[in-house]
Design a binder for this molecule. Sequence first.
Ligand code: UDX
Length: 434
Amino acid sequence: MKIAIIGTGYVGLPTGVGLAELGNNVVCVDKIESKINKLNRGELTLYEDGLAELFRKNVASGALRFTTETGEAVRDADVVMLAVGTPPHPLTKEADLKYIYAAAEELAPFLTGYTVVATKSTVPVGTGDEVEKIIRQKNPTADFDVASLPEFLREGFAIHDFFNPDRIVIGTETPRARETLLKLYRPFAEKCEFLCVKRRSSETIKYASNAFLAMKIHYINEMADFCEKSGADIREVAKGMGLDSRIGKKFLNPGPGYGGSCFPKDTNAMAEMGKKYGARLTLIETTIAENDARKARIGQRVIETIREHPEGKIAVLGLAFKGGTDDCRESPAIDIIKEMIRHSRNITVYDPKALANAKAILNNTVNYAETVEETCKDADVAVILTEWEEFRRLDLERLKQIMRSPKIVDMRNMLNAEEAAAAGFDYQCVGRKV
Ligand code: UDX
């Protein structure tokens, strides 16, 4: 099939590459000329495991192309996917739909033949209705349907998730649109469940899923706090809970709170939607407030460890919102550092991939280091905030030699508590007393 994808970010690009690999003819569009020029030179604009190989292969075969011209991509397309950003609105916490609406206006005149316009971006309930209106106004004779096709790709695992989905959700208002999208996703027919639902249900499924996962993380974080006080061990508790198939093993890792480009934005947008429709979503509202409060508390907890040396050096290991990515958007590490900056000017930070992105946010409020050793030299406490494999293999003997005070606050439970204690560290972690 002929597919046009508007937006070449973390959703659009992996989706375009994946659909080309499945045998479709894909054209990806982006307004940013430098991005398209780069992609046309055969260079990727973002890192995703496994993306480079499939990108090169499908560009070489001609199945995947890039352009800044919406018309060129949309003309003759069977399906046009909207994968532009829906960032939080600068004034409210709702999703800002200006890019979605602008894309709908721009593509409308170029629709030829029957076309399904599907939103891949996470959009509030009712956005499909608006997109339909905009296209209809701009092009009253166009033969089209608007669908919702939510995307569940995790950053860092986008290609894996694209080819191994848990489910394909197709939200449509007409059988014709449904049949078109079923045809597009037929290669997954044996692999996972297909869910064909109303467009508004589909739009809600994405938010309800992300908000539920955020709530699950918040829940295990609260349980971890409880375990620390009650003498239980969160690792054992999480394992015991996860073995109940109704609960499931995944997303039960306690840590510094959830972050990233999706959970914070989507939980806020969902809570706002609840208010808009007069259906308060109290669990989500609490999750948002408590996830924020958690980050401030962790900042305080670290400051507390240097109470006797308030000028002491704080070494921060990990800045990205999770391991395996250079993305610092809404990273808990950044918020925790911001809290610590209120009390200390002696903070040195390190991340194997995310230093450049962190610098753009933290500027000269902290010092930057290129290695773990440089970060921890003469430090009074080392704080682990992102789960990089490198931190699991820290040389504790060496760390003990170079640090001024042997203290570790491990907010990702990366280290073996007994080994840390044996190496002479005052070691704190999440969800158990050491
Ligand atoms: C998420 C969803 O998983 C994906 O389906 C959606 O399409 C986009 O948002 P992503 O933001 O890439 O993906 O990250 P994810 O791996 O889900 O982690 C989100 C945050 O939760 C991270 O800060 C992570 O560290 C945290 N997390 C996750 C935990 O603290 N504990 C867990 O057990 C799992």
